[in-house]
Structure formats: structure tokens, C-alpha cells
Ligand binder design. Sequence first.
Ligand code: GDP
Length: 295
Amino acid sequence: MFESLSERLESAFKQLKGEGRISEINVASTVKEIRRALVDADVNYKIAKDLTDKIREKALGEKVLTAISPGQLMVKITKDELAELMGGTEAELELKANPTVILIAGLQGSGKTTFSGKLANFLKTKKNKKPLLVAADIYRPAAIDQLKVLGEQIGVEVYSEPENKNAVQIAENAIKQAKANGNTVVIIDTAGRLAVDEVMMAEVANVKAAVKPNEILFVVDSMTGQDAVNTAKTFNDRLDFSGVVLTKLDGDTRGGAALTIRYTVDKPIKFVSMGEKLDTLDVFYPERMAQRILG
Ligand code: GDP
């Protein structure tokens, strides 16, 4: 489907065999190839340009070892740079508070409910927690049923108030119940709309203000490319979330959204979702994502 960056660079360097240092080869055309690969992988153009300018500086003067071709060396420098950009910050969940309150936000269809189930299952089976899942979507009764089905599958309690149209109250009542029942984590699955709108943003911001969550995870569909970045920015401006969950990475997207979101909002990607099965929760590995972006 995509020609890999390594392949492209190998052909760009073909006529330059035997050169000893990166400065002596045609860096300009290489940088253009890298930029193209990043843009193909859904990295925003300006960010791709900033990155390749940095990569060019790093590459100049690098010694080319005999064991590695200049093309391979450029790919390595690029990969390291991308991985560093996407990593760095501690991406563990903050689970000390009792109960720990985790707010899940994002657009409808992004994978919030599925991720909430995966997270609850992970915390129950791997972290010895007693989670309570909260259905705080007051617009779609089907969302409550969906969460109940997930809860049953993984043996986790689900809190809902189908008649209540006040998400803040539902969240507050859920936390009261969690305290009474000894739940150690409360995962609040909020309502999502198909596009960002003011009512939704105000609602989720009100829930945040009322329950003061320990973590706010922004869930975003990696298949949505550049739109994912705009959505991330809007949610972050309003919610100042603590981490990103990148879903549907089992699809054929190259995942440039991961890089662009990280660059734009500077929040760690804490988890990725790679399917609908509830028994796997995938942590985010910057090196793997860098490899995937470059192809
Ligand atoms: P929500 O509206 O944000 O709560 O989204 P859902 O959790 O209901 O997910 C929307 C659709 O995407 C459903 O059909 C899910 O089964 C599917 N889905 C969620 N996460 C993933 C994932 O990681 N990979 C794939 N392939 N599908 C997913």
C-alpha cells in the first residue's frame, strides 16, 4: 500500500554510494523524502517541516559507518527523533486516590465505551482494583445498555440512572455509591457527539469541575487523521486532559495522528486500542509507533 521510507531513501541514495559523511550527500532530497513520508502518514505539514529541519541538523556531520548505508542512517536518526518526541513523559495512570476517578471523554464512535470496558477489566485483573463503570451518556439510552453488556462480560458493576438527564448528578451519585460499596476506581464514560459542540463541551467540563477527576483520558480514533488533531486541541483547551488514548490502531492507519497530537497538545499517549476484545489493553510504545509512521 505505502512504499516504505527506507525503500524511498535507499533509492534516493543509490547514486551516492561510497560517501563517508552525511554532509557530503544530498541531504536536501533525503529530507524531502522524509517529509513526504510523514505527511503520507497523516502528520501535519508544518510539524513535518519542523521535524525534518531538526533531523537535517542532527544528520549533518554524522559519520556513515560502513555497516550501514546513508539511507539507513537517516532513517535511524528520524526514527529516534520521532520516538523521543512521542515519549519522555511518565505514561502510567495515577491510581493512588481512593477511589480514583477517571473521566473518559471524546467524540461519539471514537471508542470510549469499548476503552472504558478494557480499562476496567485491566484494573480489575492486573491491578487488583474494584472498578465501578459509570454510564453518564444522557442522550443515548443505547450507550447505557452497551456499557451494561460490557460490564457483565468482565464482571464489573455498572452505575446508571436512565431517567436522570443531569450528567453532573449522575457522576456525583456514582462516586457516592462507589465510596459506600468500596469501589477503588470510578470510570466515568461521558456522552460524545459526532462533532464537537458547545453543549457537549460544557457538560463534560461541568462534570470535571464537580468530581475533580484524578485522570481525564481523551479517546480519539486514529483513523480520523488530521481531524483527530483538531478535536484533541478543542478538548484539551477546555478540559486540560491528562492523557490520550489512540483507538483503532488495528486498522491500516499509519498513526501520524499520534505524533501530531503529541506535538500539538503536549500530553502523553497513555494507551492504544487495537481491537474490540476487552481482555487486552495496550500501552503505548513510542519506538513502535515511530516505526509504524515511517513504514
Ligand atoms: P463510543 O461511541 O466512543 O463509546 O465508541 P464505542 O466504544 O461504542 O466504539 C465505536 C465502534 O468502534 C464500535 O463498533 C466498537 O466495537 C469499535 N471499536 C472501538 N475500539 C476499537 C478498536 O480499537 N479497534 C476496532 N477495530 N474497533 C474498535
